[in-house]
Write a protein that binds this ligand. Structure first.
Ligand code: ADP
Length: 580
């Protein structure tokens, strides 16, 4: 209170106390209205005036904020006047120019605005106090008395103090208000950024690109308050729509307008009015017609603009800067997604190329293998003359190995077709009992060699929607494994049961089982178990990989249901059931 103390010297104690209290009251609030009300109320009483009026000075304007009558009524006015208007009031002019209080008799009635004339008619004495901050008048307080009692020395000290405190309090209140507004704007920006982060998380949890982009667009439009939106990639001076929330227009080509091109060059979002958006291709004008405003943000990755995110608003209201900033966040996210999508597409193409290569290579391999196999068979049958005993053994081994190589080539071919998405199952109703019976018949010769006990359990009589040949292949693989991976004559049980919309076919054995570590990898390509017995048996590690792929291709699945080393394993094939 250093400011308050010096002018108070020489004041009667009572007045001093009252003034300090007034100062505290006035400065005690940060709400500008509250501050104005307190200045007027406390000031009017302190200087024994009949009326007090507070005005703000904003640029060249006077805003009459409020007026207070001694009777206790406070009126908020809010009327604006040009500062020139006060030219005719010398007291006001003097106070504002000198930044010092001015005192005098009545105000010039004939110069006053008509709405003030009546109030001014009673006025006999006036005090005009400039409210000063930073060497400038930011407002003024006018106190008036209806009696011919001039503002005396004591009053003037109090008024000078009041003017200083009021100037500060008003300024603080305004600053606080501006600070609050700025904070609110910052909060809004933070909320929008938060929305962008949420969107990123949400978007990242979607698996398919079209869903991901659709999600992104929805969130971006909601965040900036747009009614329509699209995401496009740039291709040779045009944009090609990659995604819209409804999927409409995808693949259409749009020219780039010069203003958008300029924005793209600077990496900034560009706002366009309906009049400026003239680039709809012929026949597509109706697409942009509902929108009055457009906001287009470039999608930039690593300094390269790869696409655009466009927003349309039906109302003719500009997008606010926070919205533009939010859109920038979304476009960064969109750019990353688009680039990832491209990388994925490239990887898919590479995978496809690899599968095609594999398929051609295997085809090339099969032809000589067939020829070799044929000659070996003929030689063993004596077509080329008597085969000496020692050579027969060699030829038999060569024939076995050639058959293994042919089997491998056939499997690799299936792998190539499966991975190259060139395998289309021929799906029709298939009786599971029938398919199992046929597979068991095919397995019988091998089962007899290992003295296996193979049983078909009486299960549900079920029909699946599947490719008969592929189901046969999967069952052959499972039975073959069950017969192979056993160190004593195995018992194998095959069962089938309905499970809601699916049919489960199980193949259970009591063989060597699969260790927990191996359980996690046996479905991978070329993966074989680590049990020493596995290495002794012929195999290439493709059977389960292929079988699972084929099952999935038919809308089913293949799983290892359970396995215990030394006790056996159960595999379950699930396929779509025919509705009964
Ligand atoms: P392959 O039989 O040619 O090795 P698979 O993909 O059919 O290839 O099987 C992968 C591995 O899974 C086998 O090497 C074996 O270790 C294990 N396996 C598969 N079926 C069984 C089974 N019924 N019992 C024990 N191990 C099995």
């Amino acid at each position: 209170m250093a400011l308050a103390r010096s002018p108070l010297q020489g004041q009667p104690q009572e007045d001093g106390g009252e003034l300090v209290q007034m100062a505290l009251d006035v400065a005690g609030s940060l709400d500008p209205r509250e501050v104005i009300a307190r200045i007027l109320e406390r000031g009017t009483h302190a200087v024994r005036a009949d009326r007090g009026t507070l005005s703000s000075l904003v640029d060249d304007q006077v805003v009459v904020e409020a007026t207070y009558g001694r009777g206790g009524e406070l009126t908020w006015v809010g009327q604006r006047y040009s500062l020139d208007y006060f030219e005719g009031q010398p007291l006001v002019k003097q106070a504002i120019e000198s930044l010092q209080p001015a005192f005098g008799g009545r105000l010039a009635l004939d110069q006053a605005a008509p709405e003030f004339r009546q109030a001014l008619a009673n006025v006999r004495q006036v005090a005009v106090l400039p409210l000063v901050h930073g060497g400038k008048a930011i407002g003024m307080l006018v106190f008036s008395r209806y009696e011919e009692k001039p503002f005396a020395g004591d009053d003037r000290v109090a008024l000078t103090l009041l003017s200083a405190i009021s100037g500060l309090a008003l300024r603080n209140a305004r600053l606080y208000e501006e600070g609050e507004a700025a904070r609110q704007r910052a909060d809004e920006t933070a909320a929008r950024l938060r929305a962008a982060v949420d969107a990123a998380e949400d978007v990242a949890s979607q698996v398919r690109l079209d869903q991901v982009l659709g999600r992104l667009l929805e969130r971006a439009a909601a965040s900036v308050g747009a009614d329509g939106t699209s995401l496009a990639r740039l291709e040779g001076g045009e944009m090609v729509i990659e995604s819209t929330p409804t999927g409409e227009l995808v693949g259409t080509r749009w020219p780039l307008m010069p203003k958008v091109l300029a924005g793209v060059a600077t990496g900034r979002a560009v706002e366009l009015s309906a009049a400026e958006y003239t680039g709809a291709p012929p026949g597509m004008e109706s697409v942009v017609q509902p929108y009055q405003r457009f906001l287009v943000a470039p999608l930039v990755v690593g300094g390269e603009t790869i696409g655009l995110l466009a927003m349309g608003r039906k109302a003719d209201e500009p997008f606010d800067p926070a919205a533009v900033q939010a859109l920038q966040q979304f476009s960064t996210l969109g750019a990353l997604l688009l680039r990832n999508a491209r990388l994925i597409a490239q990887a898919r193409d590479a995978e496809q190329a690899k599968s095609e290569f594999m398929s051609i290579a295997v085809h090339e391999l099969r032809a000589p293998l067939t020829v070799t196999g044929g000659y070996l068979a003929m030689a063993l049958e004596g077509d080329f003359g008597e085969v000496p005993k020692a050579l027969r053994h060699v030829l038999e081994t060569a024939q076995r190995k050639t058959e293994e190589a042919k089997a491998l080539a056939a499997e690799l071919l299936t792998v190539a077709r499966l991975e190259g998405k060139a395998l289309t199952p021929n799906v029709k109703p298939v009786s599971v009992a029938e398919a199992v019976r046929e597979a068991l018949a095919r397995a019988r010769p091998r089962a007899e060699i290992v003295q296996a006990n193979v049983q078909m359990e009486p299960g549900d009589d079920v029909t699946v929607l599947a490719d008969e040949a592929l189901v046969g292949k999967i069952l052959d693989n499972l039975l073959n494994n069950a017969l192979t991976y056993a160190d004593r004559p195995p018992t194998i049980r095959v069962g089938a049961s309905r499970e809601g919309e699916q049919v489960a076919v199980s193949v259970a054995d009591d063989g060597i089982g699969i260790s927990p570590q191996d359980q996690g990898r046996i479905f991978a390509r070329f993966a074989r178990g680590t049990d020493p017995l596995v290495a002794e048996k012929p195999g290439n590690g493709l059977g389960l990989y292929l079988s699972r792929g084929l099952a999935e291709q038919m809308g089913g699945s293949l799983q290892l249901q359970s396995s215990h080393p030394g006790k056996g394993s159960t595999f379950v094939l699930r396929l779509p059931a025919v509705a009964s």
